[in-house]
Design a binder for this molecule. Structure first.
Ligand SMILES: [Fe+2]
Length: 161
C-alpha cells in the first residue's frame, strides 16, 4: 500500500455539505435556546473561536466576530461544509473563476449556507456589534490557504492557515 493510500485510509471522508448544514442548524437552535450569553462563550481570544463538536469526518466550531472583523480570502483545504449565522450579519465575498462569477452576499442571522471544497472566500462583520457564527467543516478542519487579492482580481496564495 502506498503512503498516499495509507493517508487516504486514515483520513475518513467527511459528511456532505448538506449534512453539515443540518449539523449547523442544530447547533444554531441549541445555542439560541441556551441561557448562556453568547458574548460570554469561552472563546479563545487568539482565534475568536471555540470548538463545539468533533467526530469522525466533522468538526464544528463557534466563532465570534467583533465589529469590522475580517477573515481574509482563504480556502478550506478541500473540506466542504456549512456556515450558520447566529447573531449579526456576515458579508461574504466569494471568489469566482471569472470576474463575472465573483459575488458579495449578505448573510443575516438565521442563515445557513453550504460550501464546496473549491470555495475561496472572505468573511466580514461590517456591523457595529458582535456577530456569531457556527462552522461545520467536513472532514475535520484541514489546513487551507490564505490568499492576497492582486491586480486583475487574481487571488495569489500567500500562506497556509
Ligand atoms: Fe471560510
Amino acid at each position: 500500500m502506498s503512503a498516499a493510500t495509507r493517508r487516504a485510509v486514515r483520513q475518513p471522508l467527511g459528511l456532505s455539505a448538506d449534512a453539515c448544514a443540518e449539523v449547523a442548524e442544530r447547533w444554531l437552535a441549541r445555542l439560541r435556546s441556551s441561557a448562556r450569553s453568547l458574548v460570554e462563550a469561552p472563546t479563545d481570544p487568539s482565534r475568536g473561536s471555540v470548538r463545539l463538536e468533533v467526530r469522525e469526518g466533522l468538526e464544528v466550531h463557534l466563532r465570534t466576530w467583533p465589529p469590522y472583523c475580517v477573515d481574509p480570502f482563504h480556502d478550506h483545504g478541500g473540506a466542504a461544509g456549512a456556515i450558520g449565522v447566529l447573531r449579526g450579519t456576515i458579508t461574504e465575498h466569494v471568489a469566482g473563476d471569472t470576474p463575472e462569477a465573483w459575488c458579495i452576499v449578505r448573510r443575516p442571522a438565521g442563515t445557513v449556507w453550504t460550501f464546496t471544497p473549491e470555495l475561496r472566500h472572505e468573511l466580514q462583520n461590517l456591523g457595529r456589534s458582535l456577530a456569531v457564527t457556527v462552522h461545520a467543516d467536513a472532514p475535520r478542519r484541514l489546513r487551507g490557504r490564505r490568499f492576497a487579492l492582486v491586480a486583475g482580481g487574481v487571488l495569489r496564495p500567500i500562506r497556509a492557515t
